[in-house]
Design a protein around this ligand. Structure first.
Ligand code: ZN
Length: 180
């Protein structure tokens, strides 16, 4: 595992490293970058997790939930799933003159997939924090701390994500509801 922390705060580095080490399966090849700016956390190219320094303001369990969510994207291979959707609609090089004619159906399929991936990563993250002995309420409070949002092209509204997680929590073990 390669970890690149772009932040000169020693406290932030140790906070993030501790959360990642606990949530990360051994042998997973992921690069971690800690940044300033608007993004809270995201996964790039399927293996680089970008974590915002604001994560340092969350509680340990909330932080583990957010980072485990990003790890969930990596482990489930979500980047490749999305690449394959684009490949199917736009064989060959992706250029604007090729994407424009299929923008409608491609956009709908990509958005639907992206929403399913978010629910799946949330469900994974909830399982991780519970396996670390954290209460499920750390997941809800992470959402609240990071701010409630409406539906976007890539992300379901926060209230839908929390509702899906609460349904997962009630379901018998293993019935994630949002797996592949
Ligand atoms: Zn996500």
């Amino acid at each position: 595992m390669q970890i690149l922390v772009v932040d000169d705060s020693k406290a932030m580095r140790s906070i993030v490293m501790r959360a990642v080490r606990q949530a990360m399966p051994a042998g997973l090849n992921v690069e971690l970058r800690v940044i300033g700016g608007a993004t809270v956390a995201e996964t790039l190219h399927g293996r680089i997790i970008v974590a915002h320094e604001r994560l340092g303001d969350l509680s340990e369990g909330e932080r583990q939930f957010v980072l485990a969510h990003e790890l969930g994207h990596v482990i489930a291979g979500h980047w490749l799933q999305m690449v394959n959707v684009y490949r199917r609609w736009v064989p060959g090089a992706v250029t604007q003159d090729k994407t424009d004619p299929v923008a409608g159906p491609l956009g709908r399929e990509a958005s639907g997939l992206s929403h399913r991936q978010e629910f799946e990563a949330d469900a994974y993250a909830l399982r991780v924090i519970r396996s670390l002995g954290r209460p499920s309420s750390d997941a809800w409070s992470a959402f609240i701390a990071l701010g409630m949002t409406q539906d976007t092209a890539t992300h379901p509204a926060t209230r839908k994500r929390v509702a899906a997680l609460k349904a997962d929590e009630m379901a018998p073990t293993g019935a994630g509801g949002n797996a592949e």
